[in-house]
Design a binder for this molecule. Structure first.
Ligand SMILES: Nc1ncnc2c1ncn2[C@@H]1O[C@H](COP(=O)(O)OP(=O)(O)OP(=O)(O)O)[C@@H](O)[C@H]1O
Ligand SMILES: [Mg+2]
Length: 378
């Protein structure tokens, strides 16, 4: 049982002759008891630094970290009741799997009986029981990763920290381990904080996801809120694969109808009528420059009688099995649509397309904030 709070947490690194580099810029985050919180963001955004500060492996420059309402800034790592699983989980090659998992407990002077019990329980949870006598070199990558998780489980910590634990595994093993860690979270009564730069991992594993960029938190929300109501263009483009498409343009309001006109499409014009049901009144934005965001699945071919929003040429068709990703171009603007797999497309083919009117996002080109969501209620 553990709640983890970060209050105005800052990390400054000394950066040679250039002075100070601020890797984490006064972040606030409240991780609930038993929550699976994912920290996600591009390389260098401060995920590992944040995790290492929670573990006590990195000194805090300012701010505070609370575990169960107690400030732990000055508490030694070993006394924080936290276990961390790293990307590079060095197992001791000369020790058996049992000994690898038991090692930490031995140092903590647990009795032989208690150690045996804990290691066997963890081995059962992770399906490692038949492998306990083997040496690490006789295990597959996925099995070794499970041993690394096992070493954390035997300590029965209040909080688990994972720093990209699956990035050394092949794609199939990653999916399998992802499910195992999620199941483990269901089984154990622990709070988990999981760092990744893989947004699919973030979406599938997190109760909530904290998106970071340049040492700042951009948004914290459950996966679907993040997907459907991204507060900024950065979050909109980071979450989702293939990513959201962006079209720079302008909004006009005439005769009671609000429209978006793309500015970069030169081959043929792009006009989209904005759904009046959108919870933001876009007529207020008459004449304003915006960036329209639309996800690949919200683009479709115009049906008979439907007036298209834009024309585009197929540059590449990628059949994925269940669906086809179409790489499209209209003038300077390239974008991706996700289409039904039953249709075949040829390069050079011209398509008339419609965008789903109630799924459009509009971003301010200056602030990059999403103008189409009501931030206070999201
Ligand atoms: N010891 C250090 N001294 C100076 N700068 C550091 C140090 N450790 C990290 N940094 C810098 O702090 C920033 C954040 O690093 P961090 O390791 O937290 O990133 P990350 O989000 O985990 O990235 P990745 O996805 O690549 O692991 C980076 O710009 C990094 O270069
Ligand atoms: Mg990292």
């Amino acid at each position: 049982m553990a709640r983890v709070q970060l209050n105005q947490l800052v990390k400054d690194y000394r950066d040679g002759h250039k002075g100070i580099f601020r890797a984490v810029k006064s972040i606030d985050l409240d991780i609930r008891d038993h929550e699976f919180m994912v920290l996600v963001g591009p390389s260098g955004c401060g995920k590992s630094t944040t995790l290492r500060m929670i573990a006590g492996l990195e000194e805090i420059s300012s701010g505070s970290i609370l575990i169960d309402d107690k400030v732990v800034n000055d508490v030694l790592p070993k006394n924080r009741d936290i276990a961390m699983v790293f990307q590079n989980y060095a197992l001791y090659p000369h020790m058996s799997i049992f000994e690898n998992m038991a090692f930490g407990l031995k140092l903590m002077k647990y009795s032989k009986g208690e150690i045996k019990q804990r290691v066997e329980d963890a081995a059962d949870i992770l399906g490692l029981r038949p492998l306990l006598e083997r040496k690490p070199k006789a295990l597959s990558g996925g099995q070794r990763q499970r041993v690394a998780v096992g070493r954390a489980i035997v300590r029965q910590p209040k909080v688990f920290l994972f720093d990209e634990p699956l990035s050394n595994l092949d794609a199939k093993m990653r999916v399998q381990m992802r499910t195992e860690i999620s199941k483990l979270h269901e089984k154990l009564d622990a709070t988990m904080i999981y760092v990744t730069h893989d947004q699919v991992e973030a979406m599938t594993m997190g109760d909530r996801i904290c998106v970071m960029k340049d040492g700042n938190i951009m948004q914290v929300a459950d996966p679907l809120t993040l997907y459907n109501k991204p507060e900024s263009k950065f979050v909109a483009g980071f979450i989702g694969s293939p990513p959201m498409n962006f079209f720079p343009g302008e909004i006009s309001h005439q005769d009671g109808v609000t429209r978006f006109h793309a500015s970069e499409t030169t081959a043929s014009p792009m006009h989209v009528i904005i759904d009046p049901k959108q919870n933001h009144d876009f007529s207020q934005l008459n004449g304003r420059k915006v960036i329209l965001g639309v996800r690949p699945e919200d683009i479709s071919e115009a049906r008979d009688g439907q007036s298209p929003h834009l024309q585009a040429t197929v540059e590449l068709s990628e059949p994925m099995g269940a669906e086809t990703y179409l790489h499209l171009r209209n003038g300077d603007q390239s974008f991706i649509a996700r289409m039904d797999c039953s249709r075949r497309y040829q390069s050079g083919q011209c398509l008339s397309l419609c965008l789903k009117a109630d799924k459009l996002h509009f971003f301010d080109p200056e602030s990059a904030l999403n103008l189409s969501i009501n931030r206070s209620s999201s």
